[in-house]
Design a protein around this ligand. Structure first.
Ligand code: DQA
Length: 149
């Protein structure tokens, strides 16, 4: 396990950020969010890898590939947050730090969004801060790593 790599995972539809429901998710593109997360990681001497997919299995594979190699996973699973049990199981089998991330605050939206299958396998949650949440979540993950070492 290297303490230098943080993996940012982006679930379904997050590739459309910037265009998708900007009144909820803002105008920042995924590329810009990844750049801000990468900057936050770099400030702490960490490298940021990013995987976006609209397919749950690709995200599951990315978590498997992170095992024993990546120190922390920051995951905005999109709608998979609410029903992606195979992603839950993959994260349960991953022993690094896990931070759940959302642009919006799912708790104050439709009731089906108030269930998270990621939360039970996450060390912490950053939600509702829009684009600012991306560097926050990376810093939170690195803070937990430092507290563990
Ligand atoms: C989201 C919230 C989810 O409920 C939704 O399905 C998304 C984005 C967020 O970042 O606020 O796709 O994860």
């Amino acid at each position: 396990m290297t303490d230098r790599i943080v993996l940012l995972l982006s679930g379904p539809n997050l590739n459309l950020l910037g265009e998708r429901e900007p009144e909820i998710y803002g105008h920042t593109t995924l590329e810009e969010l990844v750049a801000s997360a990468r900057l936050a990681a770099g400030a702490h001497g960490c490298e940021l890898e990013h995987v976006q997919s609209n397919h749950e299995g690709v995200l599951v594979d990315a978590v498997h590939a992170a095992r024993g190699r990546v120190a922390a996973v920051v995951v905005n699973a999109g709608a998979l947050t609410h029903y992606g049990w195979s992603l839950h199981d993959a994260l349960a089998a991953y022993d690094g730090v896990v931070v759940e991330l959302h642009l919006s605050n799912p708790q104050r939206r439709e009731s089906w969004r108030s269930t998270s299958v990621v939360a039970p396998v996450a060390d912490g949650v950053v939600a509702g801060f829009g684009a600012a949440g991306y560097p926050m979540a990376v810093e939170a993950a690195i803070g937990l790593l430092e507290a563990r070492s």
